[in-house]
Design a protein around this ligand. Structure first.
Ligand SMILES: C[S@@+](CC[C@H](N)C(=O)[O-])C[C@H]1O[C@@H](n2cnc3c(N)ncnc32)[C@H](O)[C@@H]1O
Length: 299
């Protein structure tokens, strides 16, 4: 087999090669090519390589469309970012200036079936840093394989914070009686594809994080912090999230933050409507973000 010397190809040629490999369904090889290009790429090209590397790291049935959107936008504008359900251009991408952010997002990307989750991770990371000095503990409702909390807790060095982070999941997907319209097929992603033991072991190096198996809201009656300063709400169903709000809102300290993960996705419209109604009754509002997340800060 002939060997390829990367010194002989330009960065543009290398990126075209990686695009071709993804089109041919050779994602791992495309990622290898992109990783080899990164160190010698000029600063202006690095982000173009990084966004491709993110697309090469996670394959799903929308990957061809996402790659197509990237190429189309790059024909006309600069600083293009394309991820799952979100494209930005001509915008500063703060996370690409942060080597630790990039390295951690890259190393955990395989834990989520959605590519280039950087804008979403950035929201959650902002929130957890924002509440650092408040009273109370952290919660994540809906953990899946642990992607978001692992990223944030490693980034901030949560093991050294004088707080606890409680992570809840059925570890068996959305309970049948809680499934919203549109979510029957999506639930297959969570059925038998991950386990409590796997996730518990993934967090074993962070002693102040506790992984709890159980159904929300019932499990909250068994294990729940007295005071809460942060909730990542990601249960993909309206019934459980509304019950969780009923159970937890009074424990949320002033300044405490809730990040709703699914809130603005059109497939999650039932959550959007139910949560807006819940807050409207109290004269409050969730801020919709273009990532699909909803942001709430308690007064
Ligand atoms: C979108 S995933 C969570 C993704 C995770 N937050 C992350 O960032 O990687 C939704 C999770 O909610 C869990 N879930 C859904 N309904 C639940 C309930 N009533 N109680 C506990 N877990 C539930 C599912 O098992 C699934 O793992």
């Amino acid at each position: 087999m002939p060997t390829l010397n990367f010194a002989e190809i330009s960065i543009e040629q290398g990126m075209a090669m990686a695009d071709g490999l993804m089109e041919a369904d050779k994602y791992e090889l495309a990622a290898k090519v992109l990783r080899a290009l990164l160190p010698s790429a000029p600063a202006a090209m690095k982000n173009r390589i990084r966004v491709r590397l993110g697309l090469a790291s996670v394959r799903n049935n929308r990957s061809p469309m996402t790659r197509g959107a990237l190429k189309l936008l790059e024909r006309g504008v600069l600083d293009v970012f394309v991820g799952e359900g979100l494209a930005t251009w001509s915008k500063t991408m703060p996370f690409y200036d942060d080597e630790r952010f990039i390295a951690l997002a890259d190393s955990h990307a395989h834990l989520l079936p959605l590519p280039n989750w950087h804008w979403n991770l950035q929201t959650v990371l902002w929130a957890v840093r924002q509440v650092r000095d408040l009273d109370g503990d952290f919660m994540e409702l809906g953990v899946f394989k642990g992607h978001t909390t692992l990223f944030c807790s490693e980034y901030i060095g949560f093991a050294d914070w004088p707080k606890r982070w409680f992570l809840y999941d059925t570890f068996d997907g959305i309970p049948d009686d809680q499934i919203d319209p549109n979510f029957k097929s999506t639930n297959q992603v969570y059925k038998g594809t991950f386990s409590f033991e796997e996730v518990r072991d993934r967090f074993a190096h962070i002693p102040n994080i506790t992984v709890i198996k159980g159904r929300v809201p019932e499990v909250l009656a068994e294990t729940c912090p007295e005071k809460i300063c942060f909730i990542h709400m990601d249960l993909n169903n309206a019934a459980a999230e509304i019950h969780a709000l009923d159970a937890l809102y009074d424990k949320l300290v002033p300044g405490g933050i809730i990040v709703f993960d699914d809130y603005g996705w059109t497939v999650s419209r039932a959550q959007f409507d139910a949560e807006n109604a819940w807050f409207a009754k109290r004269g409050l509002q969730i801020l919709p973000l273009p990532t699909g997340q909803g942001l709430f800060i308690k007064r």
